[in-house]
Design a binder for this molecule. Sequence first.
Ligand code: ZN
Length: 316
Amino acid sequence: MTMFSRRQALAASVLLPAAAAFLPRKAVAEASAPAMLGAASASFNRFKLGGFEVTTLLAGSSAAEAPQGVFGLNATPEEFAALSTENFIPTDRVQFFFNPTVVNTGAELVLFDTGLSAEGTLAALTAAGYTADMVTTVVLTHMHGDHIGGLMGADGVTPTFTNARYVTGAVEHNHWSGAGDAGFDAAVRPLNDKMSFLDDGGSPMSGITAMAAFGHTPGHMVYQVESEGQRLMITADTANHYVWSLQKPDWEVVFDSDKAGAAAARRAVFGQIAADRIPFIGYHMPFPGLGYVEAQDDGFRYVPVAYQMMLCRRVQ
Ligand SMILES: [Zn+2]
């Protein structure tokens, strides 16, 4: 047994918390080392829009390499690098976000797009305080896998949103009905009996209006949400990157089925949003996917929402 002088014992009690002084050295190290938890983000963001509540869900996120294989196909590597550097983002990697939106109108709970899988979307939906059976209407902006992927559960045949009706664009649905697409045939076709179809200017319910933004897919649509004079646009995949697609609307995107049509839709939709100075939610924008745009040079400057949407809410 080691003998301490009274002075040494006093020094030890000052340097170490009382409990730790009696633990083995290894246990002290484990108890005091904070664990590394990895990068993280909240999975939902909610704000008021007039009498509505709007919640964006982070249903998933993934990184990819070689982003110029996706964006700026018709730009030179030098142009791509210069714009990226100017905006403080890397040229060799990109982070994708998947942001379905929930709108509570007070009468209906409307889900815009369903994520890559039911699992990811339900995790965020639950965190936001909702359950799948509360969803009364599912709106599909278009039929790509990252938007229809949550329609069916893990078994691929059981609908996730058991009490919902479905709304989508007529042109979009017609296209994929004849396309022989396995994803559409498995996830959307079985729901046809519960589905209704919109054209440009159509309205799935009071306060929500569809707008044609064809190009990303043949019948891709965006939605205006309006309550008590406050407006918001859900722009889906009109622009899929806040720098490369907004600052350079004519930069071609590999996922756009009609490159020129998609560029024209970007100019039309974001030109209107810029002119009206209203916020928008972009499905693939950095979470929570909420921002404004201002016309700048040959495109648009993205301004992420800061606290503008929280001004009516007191946070304890
Ligand atoms: Zn998408």
